[in-house]
Design a protein around this ligand. Sequence first.
Ligand SMILES: *[C@@H]1O[C@H](CO)[C@@H](O)[C@H](O)[C@H]1NC(C)=O
Ligand SMILES: *[C@@H]1O[C@H](CO)[C@@H](O)[C@H](O)[C@H]1NC(C)=O
Ligand SMILES: *[C@@H]1O[C@H](CO)[C@@H](O)[C@H](O)[C@H]1NC(C)=O
Length: 165
Amino acid sequence: MSKSTRMTINNCVSFAVVLTSLWTLIRGDTEVSCVYKESCILPCSFQTNETVVIHWIQAAGDTPVHSYYYNQDQLDHQDRHFRGRTSLFKDQISRGNASLHLTGVKSQDQGRYTCFTSTISRNKNSTVDLKVEGSPRYIAAIVCAVSGSFFTLVVFICYYRKCKE
Ligand SMILES: *[C@@H]1O[C@H](CO)[C@@H](O)[C@H](O)[C@H]1NC(C)=O
Ligand SMILES: *[C@@H]1O[C@H](CO)[C@@H](O)[C@H](O)[C@H]1NC(C)=O
Ligand SMILES: *[C@@H]1O[C@H](CO)[C@@H](O)[C@H](O)[C@H]1NC(C)=O
């Protein structure tokens, strides 16, 4: 690969990374990287008042993840996918902390989450972008990309050599 080609590719990659980060920033999302099979905290805070209603929703499909009102967890409508894997920091709720603790992170957990908080005085929605690292799917994608580039490189070199002869 020539130096200028490599420069162009590098610039393209940097540009894509910058664009993605910018998009996340514009949407006002918080990005969280979670490790496959480990536990993870999705941050959310609100201005406290006497009572609070908290709803955590997975944005794609409006999936109910965790709800809390009347001073207790309300999990009747929780999606089966999240059963037994979510909790709030109960002792922190009165301090305006509605962060979600998610355990046994799966690759399907990846995506956007909305945290709705509602008190007598105000409502707030915030969004968290969850990225799952180290999942078999993620590793497969990397292996695929690396072997794909390697294959392209081999073809490219073969082609280049033949042309020169
Ligand atoms: C909420 O509390 C948990 C546990 O103490 C902490 O890890 C997290 O950073 C807190 N989040 C916010 C938004 O205050
Ligand atoms: C709770 O909300 C009420 C109604 O808006 C307000 O008068 C009160 O000051 C608030 N209390 C706190 C602790 O923020
Ligand atoms: C939060 O989202 C819900 C549902 O999309 C909407 O009804 C509500 O008005 C929103 N609240 C704020 C404060 O943005």
